[in-house]
Write a protein that binds this ligand. Sequence first.
Ligand code: HEM
Length: 315
Amino acid sequence: MASQLSTNLLGTLDTLAGGVHPGFRPAHAKGTMYAGRFTPLAGAAALTRAPHAARPSTPVTVRFSPAAGIPTVADNDPKGSGPQGMAIRFHLADHVHTDIVAHSHNGFSVRTGEEFLEFLRAVAGSGPGAPEPPPIVAFLAAHPAAKRFVEAPKPIPTSFARQAFFAVTAFRFTNAAGASRFGRFRLTPEAGTAFLTADQAATKTADFLAAELSERLAKGPVVFRLQVQLAQDGDEVADATAVWPESREVIEFGTLTLTERVDELSPEMRKVIFDPVPRVDGIDPSGDPLTEVRSDIYLLSGRRRRAAAGDARQA
Ligand code: HEM
């Protein structure tokens, strides 16, 4: 059952999206989906006994999305586009899967769901007609991580294939010998990162990122390196605002190769609800409080979306 916190978070995201858009996600509403394969490297099985770390290859479904809860948001909207999302489903068997939900900023604004609700409410209360100073000013003054997140540049990428993505919350990886390490997934584009200037971005069309990816895929696959940044003793593993230094070891977990676009409006794709909890033996939550609340709210939101799409019986 969804908690009061999840219900409140969902309601506030709806408010920020200008109301409920039936059948769409209240965050990362606009998205396109792709099919491909994951092939692990030796580092994967050394870190975890999860099945996709040992198999030669696993089919995947990927969804890229601008951040806003508005289904028509423009890909080049300076406020609504970033951080872009990349959600990955590894198909392990019929109806068995494990997901990674990542976005293009390394880190998050707040540590807990309660704090996120406070943040979203401050944003919602700071629109036209808000008191002076608006509530977001006091919130950001009291929450330095949220201030850093808000103020961090979020340039528009030239392509989803030229953007790096970070799963943000840490997991505990356990290998076949029972040895555990904490780490954070990240995705590095094989083509390297590349961003538009504000002037270049302004010349782009509203759906240019999906169009660009289709053109790119017509010429060949799009490749990402799936990596895990490992925590050192003493690193904070239960706080998504605590970004670990880039000097931490990063292991090559495997390669994600996307080959074709799939129809996100097909009944099968509309059913997909990505889950921030991996739910696979060998990759467990780290105790980060965001993980559980996100899992709860994505399910709540996903079920509402499925019901609106008319296939609630499959929920
Ligand atoms: C308490 C914190 C958070 C809340 C309440 C929240 C809320 C949501 C909701 C309601 C959705 C739509 C889910 C659906 O309808 O399927 C969503 C999607 C998404 N969120 Fe979050 N989120 C949180 C934290 C994060 C963090 C830390 C990240 C960074 C990785 C993130 C990245 C994404 C992405 C990429 C999607 C789109 C997933 C897809 O393609 O289906 N969120 N979020």
